[in-house]
Design a protein around this ligand. Structure first.
Ligand SMILES: CC(C)(COP(=O)(O)OP(=O)(O)OC[C@H]1O[C@@H](n2cnc3c(N)ncnc32)[C@H](O)[C@@H]1OP(=O)(O)O)[C@@H](O)C(=O)NCCC(=O)NCCS
Length: 410
């Protein structure tokens, strides 16, 4: 078996494999799929596993930016890993995933994420569960009234805000607005110090914004992308950088309440809408899990944002069998909102009593999960973090702690 780049001539076989794996696409879906993936082929973003001329599996690497404490990192989104049914269980999936990790590195991605249909395959290649995509169902009528009765004061009587005051009236957006949309998304994720969400490149945005079933509205510091679905509203994205824009966009969606009973939305679990709603008790949510793998540990830490109030330094020892450049003892430092890892000067393995605290030891999956805010107490009790000390754990949690989320499934 050989893993090599997929070419245009292979696309029919890749699509056939994809259908056998996930179910068939409609004719229009297949057209959009070809439009989406064709420009990726010359970029080396579609890998195929072949036995002779026969395609036995494939995997794609989508180009994304992913925000970590407000700073964008180059992220390879591994998607559509498929193996022909008759070729499963022989190591093809693992070979493809290993090749995808190496290709992420070659493409300059410093982290990689994926939504696993099964965990062991990806865990064995260094990915670990890192965050979730939360889909919530909200009553449309409750959203409608978030805009307030024609510009009156806020619901808490403070008069601080409410109505659409302060927010530009949302305007319709189309493919020509891709660049502005990308800028708005980056601005909001930076300002809110978001961890986990991603943004497509302009090329992909133009394609999505051309879909006539989706409605997109842009506000100065936010946007919404939604469609009708079985008589309800499905919000793909709603991102708002201020209360006024959150109210304007959610109430625009809720204005469908005379027809739609419910609004389903993929949101940050700390999305402001959940604090704007007048009533909230049981959340009606489902969560899809995603996994993260650090591809280039020093670059990922250097590119990530950190809380400005945290200043720490500790030694971590990382093992990464598949990407040895990540392995070894590193001095991890965080100060002034930025971090770095540099090779530790003193050799690893010192124990208590040597005057040098024992280094915190992490698998590549462990350090990837830590990077995404999974608490050290969880990593320690699941065998992904050993050594170190309670003080070092506290420092690591203070630096990396976050509730990583995405609002995109890929
Ligand atoms: C999931 C899929 C890609 C796996 O491909 P594969 O070639 O059969 O996988 P491999 O033979 O390389 O197996 C690698 C490891 O994953 C495990 N694995 C594979 N499929 C699994 C499954 N469905 N459930 C649990 N573990 C699974 C294997 O047991 C093996 O682990 P082991 O070495 O510890 O035993 C393939 O079954 C497929 O195409 N499924 C349909 C589409 C899909 O789910 N894609 C994944 C999208 S994220």
């Amino acid at each position: 078996m050989e893993v090599r780049d997929v070419t245009t001539a292979d696309l029919d076989a890749v699509l056939d494999d994809r259908s056998r794996a996930f179910g068939p696409l409609s004719a229009e879906g297949a057209r959009t799929w070809r439009e989406l993936v064709s420009p990726m082929l010359p970029e080396g973003r579609y890998l195929g596993a072949f036995e002779g001329p026969r395609l036995v599996g494939a995997a794609r690497i989508n180009p994304y930016l992913q925000w970590w404490h407000g700073r964008p990192l180059s992220m390879g989104g591994v998607a559509s890993v498929t193996v022909s049914p008759e070729d499963r269980g022989r190591g093809v999936g693992r070979a493809l995933t290993e090749a995808a990790v190496e290709r992420c590195a070659a493409l300059g991605h410093v982290v990689s994420a994926l939504y696993p249909a099964t965990t062991p395959l990806y865990r064995s290649v260094g990915y670990e569960h890192a965050g979730g995509m939360t889909r919530i169902t909200l009553p449309a009528e409750a959203l409608r009234t978030l805009g307030g009765p024609r510009g009156s004061g806020g619901q808490d009587g403070s008069g601080v805000s409410g109505g659409h005051g302060g927010a530009a009236r949302p305007r319709r957006a189309g493919p020509g607005d891709a660049a502005e949309l990308v800028a708005v998304i980056g601005g909001v994720y930076a300002a809110t110090r978001a961890s986990g969400p991603l943004c497509y490149d302009e090329r992909t945005w133009r394609l999505w914004l051309a879909d006539e079933d989706d409605y997109c509205y842009l506000a100065g510091d936010g946007y919404v992308l939604y469609r009708w679905s079985d008589g309800d509203i499905e919000v793909h994205h709603l991102v708002a950088g201020s209360e006024a824009t959150a109210r304007a966009l959610w109430s625009l969606v809720g204005s469908a309440s005379s027809v739609a009973k419910s609004v389903h939305a993929c949101v940050d679990p700390a999305d402001p809408v959940l604090w704007l709603l007048r009533e909230r008790s049981d959340d009606d949510v489902t969560v899809r899990r995603w996994m993260l793998r650090l591809i280039d540990l020093p670059a990922a830490v250097a590119g990530r944002g950190f809380p400005a109030g945290v200043s720490m330094e500790t030694v971590v020892e990382v093992t990464d069998r598949r990407r040895p450049a990540n392995s070894g003892a590193w001095t991890l430092s965080v100060a002034g909102g930025s971090g770095s890892v540099t090779p530790a000067r003193t050799p690893p393995g010192r124990g208590p009593g040597t005057g040098q605290g024992e280094a915190t030891r992490l698998t590549i999956g462990g350090v990837s999960a830590l990077f995404a805010g999974v608490p050290t107490a969880t990593l320690r009790r699941s065998g992904r973090l050993t050594g170190g000390s309670p003080d070092a754990d506290d420092a690591l949690d203070a630096a990396f702690g976050c509730a990583a989320y995405m609002i995109d499934l890929f």
